[in-house]
Design a protein. Structure first.
Length: 112
């Protein structure tokens, strides 16, 4: 099996989830298990610019008529789902002392 490494920006991954080209919860993934404290800690990690573990993505199904395919999230479901919820202002996140994404200044949004 041939593999390649690419570096994608968080915004690219979140956009791909939003448009359906990246499947964040393929059938082989376990359910979401992070407690709110884990989600908050991870959002802080990203906002403060600290590194976090890699996310692994695999090729998914291809529409044989159009040639369009999707990707499946293999590892990183909890992390990307948390960031997706943060970016889109999910009511499920109780942010406490973290400003919502929409209230970040442009420089912090760009860094995110």
């Amino acid at each position: 099996m041939k593999t390649t490494a690419t570096n994608k920006r968080i915004r690219e991954l979140l956009t791909s989830i939003g448009d359906g080209t990246l499947v964040p919860r393929p059938e082989f993934q376990r359910r979401l298990v992070w407690a709110m404290r884990h989600k908050i800690a991870f959002i802080k990690t990203v906002l403060e610019g600290y590194p976090f573990p890699e996310v692994y993505i695999a090729a998914g199904e291809v529409d044989l008529d159009t040639g369009r395919g999707n990707l499946m999230l293999v590892d990183g479901q909890q992390r990307l789902t948390t960031l997706y919820d943060y970016f889109h202002g999910s009511n499920e996140l109780r942010l406490k002392d973290i400003p919502p994404y929409e209230k970040l200044d442009n420089a912090k949004k760009r860094n995110f």
